[in-house]
Design a protein around this ligand. Sequence first.
Ligand code: NAD
Length: 438
Amino acid sequence: MKICVIGLGFVGLSLASVLGSKGYKIIGIDIDDKKCKKISSGHSPFFEPKLEETLKKGLKKDLGITNNLSLIKDCDYIFVTVGTPQRENGAIDLSMIKNAVTSIGEILKQTKKNPIVLIKSTVIPGTMKDVVLPILEKKSGKKAGKDFGLISNPEFLQESSAIKDTIYPHAVVLGGYQTKFMKNAKKFFSKLHPNTPIIITNHQTAEMIKYANNSFLATKISFINQLSTICQNIPGANIDDIATTIGLDPRIGKQFLNAGPGYGGSCLPKDIKALINFSDNVGINPTLLHAVEKTNENQLEQIIKLIKKTIGKNLGTQISVLGTAFKPDTDDIRDSISVELIKKLLNLKQKSKIIVYDPKAMINTKKIFGNKIKYAKSISDSLNDSKIIILMVDWKEFHKLNNSSFKKSSKVTIIDCRRILANKKLDANYYAIGIGHK
Ligand code: NAD
């Protein structure tokens, strides 16, 4: 059996590496030749724990990396994991999916194989039936369900635990028609993930499951963030004790209840926007989803408000932003709240100096801001002359901060969006999201 994975980003490279490390015959394909070369040499183009060691294991076995799409002609399983970003108006941009399936269709025309095409990319309901299937059939001159299989197979991995999530997914969703291809795909996944529930459904339900999943997670985050803002007005209240306790209720569950500066990242913001846009198109006003987004925006607004108040009329105040990745253990800054924060700070009337530090995401941050901000070599370098310190991301190394870390500055203001320093007696003006000010 030969498998190919088209699109070697967080999802595709994790999948290709895991399958490769398990000894499957795999071809990982990306249009980006530079990326392919880097991956072929055993290096990941982005930081993801355990990815490089898994990739190297795969490369030693039967994992090959190429930008030559024609090699899919011998494959039995073709996974599509290209990006589906958002357009300006929030709608999903399907251009990469369309390009990828157009190429697949053209190659299917020339092959005697009857492969199964599995779309892992997140796509809005109706995409498989109205976009992917017609392109594949037209370009190949063949029939889905008879000559090739077409299955929606949404991905649920989280960056920072992508390898673990790829090996042990909480569910496998297979959407499509009940054909021999579906039976074979079920067998394939049962062998790969013997203890994971497999949900077999139609295309549009599978597509919607992914949006249901992500919009529920975003709702949980906005819920706890809204409560955290209420707590800030109850002297002594602490959102973490509340989150821990309600999280023990099995009907609620403990994950995604970490109050903070709002959700960001490459998935939640774009998927909520795409679902809102889709709902509008089918004549539904998604009131709850709008509230989830609005609550998310408010989190950043309250941080900005506090910074403006602290700066007052001073010009040139140095502000240190600790953490620019959208979460710890990744260098991904796509739709990161920190990046939004920095953009807003740069636009403030009270011009300030911004210095940033992130253990992994400095290179990506530089690509966005260039010389508009300063880049610290270490946490202490970022703190030296800063009057305002904003802890945005819960990186482990930020937990080491204490009074001596700030000693070179006069009394500083710390805005701790993750309550990392909440239990330390700091000689500073300390504000934490979710803790009632006395
Ligand atoms: P990504 O942007 O990191 O990677 C996509 C890759 O596809 C890029 O390397 C790009 O060069 C390549 N590509 C684009 N067009 C191509 C083509 N025609 N042929 C070959 N390669 C092509 O994307 P990602 O974060 O891995 O996400 C992929 C999909 O999975 C998206 O739909 C996303 O919403 C979904 N998803 C992402 C995550 C996540 O945490 N990143 C989790 C679950 C689902």
